[in-house]
Ligand binder design. Structure first.
Ligand code: KIV
Length: 271
């Protein structure tokens, strides 16, 4: 009985039920099979195949260069490692902004070619028509407001968004629109906790924050940041739970030393 419950798939409906009973939702990014397997078997609710893969996997400065084909490659690798979590995939920059038909085609490619369960898109009212088209095709959509890294060249900085009253009001209004359209959840990135509190109260669907304080329905972090694989990124909202960078580096140095000193392989490690 217990094991059935453990492996019951998380769905968009599960997330709504969690919000309604005030149970917090956990979400992390994943980009490959091995890591996704660890994250999923640890009990995470949502795995986001984020376009942050452009930064942490490919080493680009921004999320803009990653392509739809590359996102599909990452997403299908993740899907093969996941038994329980809901797998959400970012529509990358340039795959949905031009028109709703292209947005729908991109979303369909992700669902068909990767086997993921939902897509995420950055933006509010300006992408309304695309969201409607994708939802009408039966594809669950997650919104993303606040700091939207695909628009970094428009904003110019990665600083906290919606600090001014006007921008906060616009954001709350966008969140209400996403809710009314039928998005199953909304990510809020790097905004004041007071604003995300208002959003969380104003919408029916789960609100997941990153740098958006504690008055939300759940939290998301980039896994590479949480485990200390990335070292250069140190915003106030980030909590590193382990320093994998140093642990791995120490292990690799030990291996190199053993190879050089003929300590590896030992007699038992050969045929
Ligand atoms: O791409 C990503 O990792 C994201 C999270 C920061 C929410 O969108």
């Amino acid at each position: 009985m217990m094991s059935n419950i453990k492996h019951k798939r998380v769905t968009t409906h599960t997330l709504l039920e969690m919000k309604n009973r005030n149970e917090k939702i956990s979400m992390l990014t994943g980009y490959d099979f091995s890591m996704a397997k660890i994250i999923d078997s640890s009990g995470i609710d949502i795995i986001l195949v984020g376009d942050s893969a452009s930064n942490v996997m490919a080493g680009h400065e921004t999320t803009l260069p990653i392509t739809l084909d590359q996102m599909i490659y990452h997403a299908s690798s993740v899907v093969r490692g996941v038994k329980r979590a809901l797998v959400v995939v970012d529509l990358p920059f340039g795959s949905y902004q031009s028109d709703p038909n292209e947005a729908l085609r991109s979303a369909i490619r992700i669902m068909k070619e990767s086997g993921a369960h939902a897509i995420k898109m950055e933006g509010g009212i300006e992408i309304k028509e695309s969201i409607i088209r994708i939802l009408n095709a039966g594809i669950p959509v997650m919104g993303h407001l606040g700091l939207t890294p695909q628009s970094i060249y428009k904003f110019g900085t990665y600083t906290v968004r919606a600090k001014e009253k006007k921008e906060a009001e616009r954001l709350i209004n966008d969140a209400k629109i996403l809710d009314e359209l039928g998005c199953f959840g909304i990510v809020l990135e790097k905004i004041p906790a007071s604003v995300s509190k208002k959003v969380t109260k104003a919408v029916k669907v789960p609100v997941i924050g990153i740098g958006a304080g504690s008055y939300v329905d759940g939290q998301v972090l980039v896994t590479h940041d949480l485990v200390g694989l990335s070292t250069e990124f140190n915003p106030r909202f980030l909590r590193r739970y382990i320093d994998l960078n140093h642990l791995m580096s120490d292990a690799i140095k030990k291996y190199i030393e053993d190879v050089k000193n003929l300590n590896f392989p030992s007699k038992n490690e050969q045929y």
